[in-house]
Design a protein around this ligand. Structure first.
Ligand code: IFM
Length: 451
């Protein structure tokens, strides 16, 4: 047996998000969200499900937190639904919506679980989307008004706050590839979307600082390992370009106060933001306390022989490749490489891995779920955390995506990421083998390897 000990106080948690678990989509004064409307449209969600009920967490949060406590998970990352608090995005506040999160936080604290709320995990009031959503600069201010209200209410009990979850997904999947609401494919119009998202992030940081100097505030970005598909010079350059258009786009403005070269040079981008650029970039680069890293897999990149196309992501193919049920390659080394990259490139920030995990086709057999592959996946990634910490990465915690199976956006309820199995028809929770296994790590702060 080999034991790997983690630094004192390392936070072992789990993560979820509001639309994916809460249900209660039209209860207690909640307003319609972009995802309510989108998931109700025919053909948008692959298995035809919606988040109307999802895990019914809105009604079952006490039971869910009790289970977290029994399992010894130390922290819980959840998100707050903007339309639950401001049904129209602005104006009248819905007290009952705010009460839900007050009660949730109290329940967590009473159970010694550290709350890690995210203020924006993709569900926005539908009225805001209709009025132009992220194309409009005003949305950044409205999101920060809502966030300020929430932080003012809960900031005496909640220290750690995450502004946005994976803004890159909002940019690419919702505005460029047409897969998430508003399901647009607008190459030029969408160029302002990253900027407005980042602006909302910066504004929230400023508002939080004004509320209390004790608060710790950060952003969660999505990362993939991005590697050249071959050793050819052209592919190496293509991979670097892809980094500019993906994660550096949401890192450089915050950490370096500027956009990556290729993006900043874009004529339309410059034209649209000319008036506000200088003022905004100062807000965006307001110092943060930690970076949230979401990591699942890697991509290989080639330079295609098509004119004007600078890079083309391709999927790895090799004998023995292991893919999850999302079709994502299992590549734990990518997490280590990424953490080392961030350390070098962005001056060794404090990092939490705010999401990492895998979907598999889980089956309940005799009341149990034996998900060996998920244990392997998580174990291999935790080993990379240990390696990164030993190499000086400032890593403070790790959150498994997800605490329980939930609504996986356009995949619906068919993809299961949880440590806890949800039997949707009965809403029964069944702790998977991985859930018990992770419990040992969280309780002991050690990973024990059988040799
Ligand atoms: O379920 C999502 C989550 O909402 C954001 N990060 C990736 C997860 C798995 O796809």
């Amino acid at each position: 047996m080999k034991e790997i000990k983690f630094p004192e106080g390392f936070l072992w948690g789990t993560a979820t998000s509001s639309y994916q678990i809460e249900g209660a989509w039209n209860e207690d004064g909640k307003g319609l969200s972009n995802w309510d409307v989108f998931s109700h449209k025919k053909g948008k969600i692959k298995d035809g499900t919606t988040g109307d009920i999802a895990c019914d967490h809105y009604h079952r949060y006490k039971e869910d937190i009790k289970l977290m406590k029994e399992l010894g998970y130390k922290a819980y990352r959840f998100s707050i639904s903007w339309p639950r608090i401001f049904p129209d995005g602005k104006g009248k506040l819905n007290e009952k919506g705010l009460d839900f999160y007050k009660n949730l936080v109290d329940e967590l604290l009473n159970n010694d679980i550290v709350p890690f709320p995210t203020l924006y995990h993709w569900d926005m009031p539908y009225s805001i989307e209709k009025q132009g959503g992220w194309y409009k600069r005003e949305t950044a201010f409205l999101l920060s008004d809502y966030a300020e209200k929430v932080i003012m209410t809960l900031g005496d009990r909640v220290t750690n706050w995450i502004t946005l979850n994976e803004p890159i997904v909002v940019y690419l999947l919702a505005h460029l590839f047409g897969q998430h609401p508003p399901a647009h494919k607008k190459f030029i119009r969408s160029l302002v979307v990253p900027h407005h998202l980042l602006l909302s992030h910066g504004l929230i940081v400023q508002r939080a600082r004004a509320i209390s100097s004790k608060l710790k505030i950060g952003i969660t970005n999505a990362f993939m390992g991005i590697y050249p598909g071959t050793n050819d010079e052209e592919d190496i350059i293509a991979a670097d370009k892809m980094k500019n258009y993906t994660y550096r786009l949401f890192m450089d403005p915050i950490f370096k106060g500027k956009y990556p070269e290729n993006f900043a040079k874009n004529f339309f981008f410059k034209l649209k933001l000319k008036k506000f650029y200088e003022e905004d970039i100062k807000i965006i680069s307001e110092k943060i306390d930690f970076l949230g890293v979401n990591y699942y897999t890697r991509l290989l990149v080639r330079k295609p022989s098509i004119p004007f196309i600078k890079f083309m992501p391709i999927k790895a193919k090799y004998p023995g490749i292991r893919n999850t049920d999302m079709g994502w390659e299992v590549y734990p080394e990518g997490l280590y490489d990424l953490l080392i990259d961030i350390k070098k490139e962005y001056n060794n920030p404090i990092i939490y891995i705010t999401e990492n995990g895998a979907a598999y086709k889980d089956k309940v057999v005799n009341g149990e779920v034996d998900d060996k592959e998920r244990i392997e996946y998580i174990k291999e990634h935790i080993l990379m955390l240990d390696k990164a910490i030993k190499d000086g990465v400032n890593l403070k915690g790790y959150f498994v995506w997800s605490f329980m199976d939930n609504f996986e956006w356009t995949e619906g309820l068919s993809k299961r990421f949880g440590l806890v199995y949800v039997d949707y028809p009965t809403q029964k929770r069944i702790v998977k083998r991985s859930g018990y296994w992770y419990s040992e790590i969280a309780k002991s702060n050690k990973l024990i390897l059988e040799e």
